[in-house]
Design a protein around this ligand. Structure first.
Ligand code: TYM
Length: 331
């Protein structure tokens, strides 16, 4: 039986957090055994907010090394940098003509980012979901593993795919978001009603994958909880629920199991245990990422192989699209 196709990407737009890790990246190792996977560094998405060029290039490579350090195997999947494949932008242009301005204005992330970058509400920021649709549809993807915050973008991708298929005939597979039950939305340690984010100004709000053990433990110690000291997950205790979710996700257990483990313990002990567990899991990933970053030749060849594989698949879909919409293709 033909393997299902999986697509996912992360923006090299800042320091990655444990939300990115738990929400999606760490699962890719498992998925690559089962699916035909394309994993990208979404640098074209990243430039929709201002990036320092040298930082962007460095972060792109750091992100590639991180994927590999987490266990992504470049022989099993296509690991590549989005901007190396021109078909993403080309398909985005075509899909733009099937997408309405009103739909884009209603996107939650667009509204949030417009508020945050009020001096730079550029066309790319608004077009971001269409580029993401192009990423996904270009590879005829079936599954898109993402965190909860990206589900709206996968929904609009489905709408655009169906719209295209209805107008021009069956062309795209209609993909589905793959959201895990636990850890699909890790919250800020300082405001547990807000998503943990790469770009939070409060550095204590997010645990970065590059943080050392002391920093990780300090951030968890300062995490917001509440006055009642029971360690249980509930809507009234979002801070404790978030810490339990983080602990459970890193320990590979359920939140209920974590609750049992900490029954009758105090917050101090609990927070320390969460910090230690996270630091312990990240240490080997950090060491491997560092080792890989010292081997630029290996990284370049892995990314080159990934780009070649992606290019072949992308070219196939794009020529089909061009044929369907009536572009002149030469003799
Ligand atoms: P990005 O770079 O913001 O985030 C990368 C992935 O991490 C997930 N995530 C989280 N999961 C759980 N808890 C959190 N606090 C948390 N924060 C982030 C995101 O849901 C995402 O899965 N637009 C995408 C990148 C992208 C993409 C694509 C993804 C570009 N093209 C095509 C899938 C398919 C983004 O900005 O992710």
């Amino acid at each position: 039986m033909e393997k299902k196709i999986m697509y996912s990407a992360v923006q090299p737009s800042g320091n990655l957090t444990i939300g990115n890790y738990v929400g999606t990246i760490r699962n890719w190792t498992r998925y690559q055994e089962e699916y035909d996977c394309f994993f990208a560094m979404a640098d074209m998405h990243a430039i929709t907010v201002r990036q320092d060029p040298a930082d962007l290039r460095r972060r792109t490579l750091e992100l590639a090394a991180l994927y590999l350090a987490c266990g992504v195997d470049p022989n099993k999947c296509a690991l590549y940098v989005q901007s190396r494949i021109p078909q993403h932008a080309e398909l985005c242009w075509v899909l733009n003509t099937l997408t309405y301005v009103g739909e884009m204005e209603r996107m939650t992330q667009f509204k949030d980012k417009s508020a945050k970058h009020a001096d730079n509400i550029n066309m790319g920021l608004m077009d971001y979901p269409v580029l993401m649709a192009a990423d996904i549809l270009l590879y005829q993807s079936d599954l898109v593993p993402v965190g909860i915050d990206q589900t709206q973008h996968v929904e609009i991708t489905r709408d655009i795919a169906v719209r295209f298929n209805n107008r021009y005939g069956e062309t795209f597979r209609v993909p589905q978001a793959l959201i895990q039950k636990q850890g699909a939305k890790i919250m800020s340690l300082q405001d547990p009603l807000k998503k943990m984010s790469k770009s939070d100004e409060n550095l204590n709000a997010s645990v970065f994958l590059s943080d050392d053990k002391d920093t990780i433990i300090r951030k968890f110690k300062r995490a917001v909880t509440d006055s009642d000291s029971r360690i249980v997950a509930s809507a009234e205790k979002p801070g404790v629920t978030n810490l339990l979710t983080i602990y459970a996700s890193f320990a590979g257990i359920t939140v209920e199991e974590a609750e049992k483990q900490f029954e009758g313990r105090g917050y101090g002990e609990f927070k320390l245990a969460v910090g230690e567990r996270v630091a312990e899991t990240l240490a080997p990933v950090q060491a491997e990422q560092k080792r890989l970053l010292a081997d630029k030749g290996y990284l370049a060849s892995a990314l080159q192989a990934g780009a070649e594989r992606a290019y072949k698949a992308a070219r196939k879909t794009l020529s089909k699209v061009h044929r369907k919409i009536g572009f002149y293709l030469g003799e």
